[in-house]
Design a protein around this ligand. Sequence first.
Ligand code: GUN
Ligand code: ZN
Length: 438
Amino acid sequence: MNVHSHGCAYRAAILYCVGDPHEMGPQACCYHEDGILWVEDGYIKAVGPAETILNQLPQRIPLETFAHHLILPGFVDTHIHYPQTEMIAAYGEQLLSWLNTYTFPTELQFADASHASKVANVFLDELLRNGTTTALVFGTVHPQSVDAFFQAAQQRGLRMIAGKVMMDRHAPDALCDNAEQSYHDSKVLIERWHGVDRLQYAVTPRFAPTSTPQQLEKAGQLLQEYPGVYLHTHLSENTNEVAWVQALFPEAANYLDVYDRAGLLSRRSVFAHGIHLCDAECARLAATGSAIAHCPTSNLFLGSGLFPLDRLQQHGVTVGLGTDVGGGTSFSMLRTLDEAYKIQQLRGHTLDPFQALYLATLGGARALDLDHSIGSLQAGFEADFSILDLHATPLMAFRMPHCRTLQETLFVLNTLGDDRCVERTYALGRCVHQKETP
Ligand code: GUN
Ligand code: ZN
């Protein structure tokens, strides 16, 4: 892959959000049926209808045209565990026994840096094959797991956020650090990686049950000392987990309050799940600008519950979408949107396809406080995007011509699409995935 000193232009249908459809209605989405995306030096130079852009495009810029394809911003996955790639689809358990039976044994292997590096590369290949260009990623307790991940992401020029798990109780000894060690190890990683190229660090206590109050305080201290660093953890996923947290932290008013007391709530805080929250927790998330990562395939697979999306939206909470692999069952944000729709159906609500697109792109970027750089295709944004084949499968090729509106086309893509649709993925203007032609 060569240096992107020359521009490139791509002609296809183009769709992206400039705001939240829930707040702005149809104006939140821009669509060019015959559009051109012009990229220069890794950034978006211009986007618009072909007839307009063709007049501005210098002769030197190569133009590639894609029939029955759709260009979208790269997907933003706001919650995923790279070390769990090899145990995706583990049978028969709900959250707490799933952790003990499958997750902890798998994560033990990441003491070995070469194992970590191998899995990190498989993981990133998989994200890019699915059109995901940015993710907020759990490592394991081992600092070397995060070094391996960031090295692999750096080599590919990706915008990624990750962190070492902080965990000092209720897990196998070999997977536990302690408050002081976790503080020190995280600090070293922050200084090594945060803000290097497109990489950023997230302070990552696993969840309240596996951290002592002392460790959560250390996490808060890191956030104080390093403004701009993220906080990434789990919240209110499973009812047994919620009850356990209340028993472990009797002084806390609710689950979120455990994190709040340690100073862990801010615009750069992302809490995965948030299924069983009370009104006070929703209000506090909104007031602090904290985000929830909604993880539909995981919530269904682990039998955790049905996410009340409308309730969180009414409270004004920022919501992004996550795959939560390996609790989640797919790397594909399209598969994830399919399940998100069904969850809302079971709650008697619908998820509009434009709102769904927003959650997978600009909404995720907002959850990560990166919505001025990624998640959309506006001039000046980083050129992270994918080119999707709307006729990728025989069924899609048969179904798509029957769509009469963009909404319908997008809904069919969200419902039937998967990695087979992802023709190419670009990061900072460079092609980082190209589908093999059979
Ligand atoms: N809660 C604590 N750890 C985990 C994890 O690894 N996956 C999920 N889904 N929930 C968790
Ligand atoms: Zn998770």
